[in-house]
Design a protein around this ligand. Structure first.
Ligand SMILES: NC(=O)c1ccc[n+]([C@@H]2O[C@H](COP(=O)([O-])OP(=O)(O)OC[C@H]3O[C@@H](n4cnc5c(N)ncnc54)[C@H](O)[C@@H]3O)[C@@H](O)[C@H]2O)c1
Ligand SMILES: N[C@H](CO)Cc1c[nH]c[nH+]1
Ligand SMILES: [Zn+2]
Length: 432
């Protein structure tokens, strides 16, 4: 892991590559993703089949693309009762949290009788990306709930979920059970950038959607970025990130465990410790080595720590907050004696976890807030997936006769100042 000592105070040069991590993403990846999108736009299902065979399942056929209702029913019948209980508990907490986000339409009436307001409506359809891991080996079941529950609360009529198939062309039955609990309407076994293309442009088998949400690896993330504008997207929810601010009260074993919990997502995951205590750095390093030994995904963790793991020493917690605000991490843990006090210094982070009893994992699965979060520094300007992601607001305006008589001349004056005579006449014809 890289070590940085900010002994001379706020030296932005020393953390520049972390702050600009999105800009330094390999441009050739974006080019590759562009080609995939173009190919799916042109060839539709044929391209989906070719990429799926090349990357996920060599024997895949188009008949396997859509998950049949019978397969979903079988998954539900065969699923362990305890697992269903856990999913239902997570769903309940996620629903309770997101229901609070639902905004209302509103209208105001002026004295002259004009009515104005904002009408909130859900998008018609949403595409939900659920990561499957290489070859569908590690599906993120919890992400099904995080994607679908806010969409349902918003009132989206059609939820189409995509996830990569495994080597045999199947998907985890847990994904199907979660999809059923969350109210997903269609499930397609297709992943990566080509799945995003299918949701954006449509293909013979998959109708296009209005909004695409959900996290994914760098290919999924770049694809979402590129189709954004044609469809809505939630945000740049790429490879996971955690930044932990710790003081001398923190337990190095738990810091190491929390860093590894994100490192295991992806070789591109970013794990960062910012501390005021130099001795903690050494302890965390040895705890990482110790814990890595028997982790099933230790190779992914090692790669992530090697390429994107950083230990930063700072003078005080105010400086730690500055570092974190510059990096704008997806997840921020405040593992310090007075986390609520430190919270007042935090400006940019997707989700913030306070104190020794709040490992980031509780947010991944059960607490209730959404785990689909902005990465690569985009927490500077974007937020967690929410009910809002699936809503649009239309302005509503209704003029009375007396209001038009009063405002009409002003409209005409402004329109003529802009050289737009037709605008002026459309009002004047009504009041003259
Ligand atoms: N930011 C968030 O909110 C959030 C939440 C959960 C997970 N994540 C991240 O989501 C990601 C999930 O990744 P994953 O791999 O488990 O699942 P994934 O579904 O995103 O990626 C697997 C797909 O990518 C394809 N792929 C592999 N190599 C490719 C290549 N060279 N070109 C094109 N496609 C290729 C695979 O064939 C498969 O279809 C991780 O990075 C994780 O950290 C982020
Ligand atoms: N930590 C991920 C968000 O970066 C979410 C997740 C799903 N499952 C486990 N973790
Ligand atoms: Zn996680």
């Amino acid at each position: 892991m890289r070590e940085i000592k900010l002994t001379q105070g706020r030296d932005i040069e020393l953390i520049k590559d972390l702050v600009r991590r999105f800009q330094v993403t390999d441009r050739s990846l974006e080019k590759k993703v562009e080609e995939i999108l173009e190919d799916v736009k042109k060839r539709g299902d044929e391209a989906l089949l070719a990429y799926t065979r090349e990357f996920d399942c060599p024997s895949f056929t188009l008949e396997q693309l859509k998950v049949e209702e019978e397969a979903i029913e079988a998954a539900i019948t065969n699923c362990e009762a305890e697992f269903v209980e856990t999913l239902k508990l997570a769903a309940k907490n996620i629903r309770a949290f997101h229901e609070k986000q639902l905004p209302k339409s509103w209208f105001i009436t002026r004295e002259d009788g004009t009515i104005m307001g904002q009408m909130v409506r859900a998008v018609g359809s949403a595409g939900l990306y659920c990561p499957g891991g290489k070859g569908g080996t590690t599906p993120l079941v919890s992400t099904v709930l995080m994607n679908a529950i806010p969409a349902k609360i918003a009132g989206v009529e059609r939820l189409a979920m995509v996830t990569p198939p495994d080597e045999k062309g199947g998907i985890s039955p847990y994904l199907m059970v979660a999809a059923k609990i969350a109210g997903v309407d269609e499930i397609y076994k297709v992943g990566s950038a080509w799945a995003i293309a299918a949701l954006a442009y449509g293909s013979d088998s998959i109708d296009p959607v209005d909004v695409i949400v959900g996290p994914g690896n760098i290919f999924v993330t770049l694809a979402k970025k590129l189709v954004s504008g044609l469809v809505g997207i939630d945000m740049i929810a790429g490879p996971s990130e955690v930044l932990i601010i710790a003081d001398s009260s923190a337990n190095p074993e738990l810091i190491a465990a929390d860093l590894l919990s994100q490192a295991e997502h992806d070789p591109m995951a970013m794990c960062c410790l910012v501390t005021t205590d130099e001795s903690l750095l050494a302890s965390v390093k040895s705890c990482l080595e110790e814990q890595l030994r028997d982790l099933p995904r230790k190779e992914i963790c090692r790669e992530s720590l090697k390429s994107n793991g950083v230990l930063i020493l700072v003078h005080d917690l105010i400086e730690a907050a500055w570092v974190s605000n510059e990096i704008a991490p997806e997840h921020l843990e405040l593992y310090v004696e007075e986390p609520w006090e430190l919270l007042t210094q935090i400006k940019n982070a997707g989700a913030i976890f306070l104190g020794a009893n709040t490992p980031e994992s509780v947010g991944d699965y059960i607490a209730g807030p959404n785990h689909v979060l902005p990465t690569m520094g985009t927490a500077r300007f974007s937020s967690a997936l929410s009910v809002d992601t699936f809503l649009k607001r239309s302005s509503v305006i209704s003029y009375s006769r007396s209001a038009l008589l009063k405002d009409g001349p002003h409209v005409a004056r402004l329109a003529r100042a802009e050289g737009l005579e037709a605008h002026a006449r459309s009002v004047l014809k009504r009041i003259e």
